[in-house]
Write a protein that binds this ligand. Structure first.
Ligand code: NZQ
Ligand code: ZN
Length: 391
């Protein structure tokens, strides 16, 4: 197990009525005027925004509203938010929505108190030194952005999607009421479940040994999603299923399952190129990339894939030929993705095989020029892997 240094500043308020704490939590952070950031309007239509603004009114925290964070959130909206927050003298930010609204709000919070261009942080030219206090009300269990150290923004002019990892990205509080996920289209529930599993699997497939505690935690989160995602996809209003998935989503990406080990993250880096180029849902892109990545890397550690097959999908262990078990696990994972309505091929996603060289060239690299850690991939390897997804 690797040494680690881990602190999550996020306060979680979970369950029915959680959104009614928004005002008092912002006030406790010293907030007097909030920029409330949301997406395309689902939170207005569901009635959530009315509850949230009432809570701020009651706490005496004034606010300005900024909608329009889109899936694969754009830098252009961030610039607009920074201007608005400065003009309106906002001293805190509240995101209401899914990962896109939260990620965009994180960028606005950093950019408002930075003299330069906020994109400096996302392209590695500068590191975040301060930010405005940020809280969130989550409406889609998927990205884990409600307590993750990450935020992913797309530069509209280039379609490049870039992630920033910094402790300043962790929200100060997250209000998690599964009731507000009832209005989700089943497709988004499925995309969310796929993303949650991917966050765990990026950590699960590691070269680190003696990480039994986090291996077991990973498997528990994965099994929970495999059990409850089909129920929630069938009926997004199933509170109990959504509650399980919501907490799984949070645990999957705040490093509860990742400390003491080195994660892989190649699938995420590759997927960001797909959702950047084709503007598809992140979870759907992962459903195409992750099984291909597994097939490509399986031979690197067959026993780990066999363990995944047995412990997550209940496959029978073939001790004579563990590669059969490993492959069986990948096939079960693919069937699971199909059963919840996810695409698993390039064509189903709307991606084009002729774009593979372009996609592979742009994938974000480690300092040594490769992508991923469990298996280090060069450009040729990324191309080969993506060709598996063409099928
Ligand atoms: O915009 P609105 O109208 O709210 O509609 C959204 C959007 O169309 C809708 N939606 C959300 N909650 C709803 C709802 N519709 C009805 N009822 C509700 N309760 O769902 C659609 C997708 O929303 P979005 O926020 O884009 O989805 P998600 O939460 O999956 O976020 C995806 C973004 O997060 C990034 C992804 O790359 C992508 O850009 N990620 C962020 C991470 C992080 N910050 O830690 C990690 C992830 O790996 C990921 O990369
Ligand atoms: Zn993800």
């Amino acid at each position: 197990m690797l040494n680690f240094n881990w602190q999550i500043p996020t306060k979680f308020i979970f369950g029915r009525g959680a959104e009614s704490h928004a005002g008092e939590e912002l006030k406790a952070l010293g907030g007097t005027r909030a920029l409330i950031h949301y997406g395309g309007g689902s939170v207005i239509r569901s009635g959530l925004m009315e509850k949230v603004t009432k809570s701020l009114d009651e706490a005496g925290v004034s606010y300005v509203l900024l909608g329009g964070a889109v899936p694969n959130p754009r830098d252009t909206k961030v610039y607009e938010g920074i201007d608005l927050a400065r003009r309106e003298k906002c001293d805190c930010v509240l995101a209401v929505g899914g990962g896109s609204a939260i990620d965009s709000a994180k960028a606005i919070a950093h950019g408002t108190v930075y003299d330069g261009d906020f994109w400096d942080f996302w392209c590695g030219r500068a590191s975040v030194q301060k930010t405005l206090p940020l809280g969130c009300v989550l409406t889609l269990s998927a990205t884990g952005s409600e307590s993750s150290n990450s935020s992913v923004i797309m530069q509209e002019s280039t379609h490049l999607k870039r992630g920033l990892a910094t402790e300043f990205n962790r929200p100060k509080f997250a209000l998690l009421n599964p009731e507000w996920t009832a209005t989700l289209p089943p497709y988004q529930v499925a995309c969310g479940a796929t993303d949650i599993m991917a966050h765990v699997m990026e950590r699960y497939f590691t070269n680190e040994t003696h990480v039994t505690i986090t291996d077991n935690l990973c498997e528990a989160v994965l099994k929970t999603v495999v059990e409850y995602a089909p129920i929630a996809v069938k009926n997004p209003a199933d509170y109990d299923a959504q509650a399980e998935i919501m907490w799984a989503g949070t645990l999957a990406h705040n490093d509860t399952c990742g400390v003491g080990r080195e994660g892989d993250w190649a699938s995420h880096q590759i997927e960001h190129e797909l959702s950047g180029l084709y503007d598809v849902a992140h979870g759907a892109g992962l459903a195409v990339v992750f099984p291909a990545w597994m097939r490509y890397t399986m031979r690197h550690n067959v026993m780990r894939f066999a363990r995944f097959a047995v412990n997550v999908f209940g496959c029978e262990m073939d001790f004579e030929r563990p590669e059969i078990t490993a492959l069986n696990g990948i096939e079960r994972y693919e069937s699971f993705l199909r059963s919840i309505g996810m695409p698993i091929t390039f064509a189903e996603l709307g991606a084009k095989a002729e774009d593979i060289p372009f996609l592979a060239k742009n994938v974000r690299r480690n300092p040594d020029g490769t992508t991923g850690h469990f298996v280090k991939l060069d450009t040729k390897a990324i191309e080969e892997l993506l060709r598996i997804a063409v099928r």
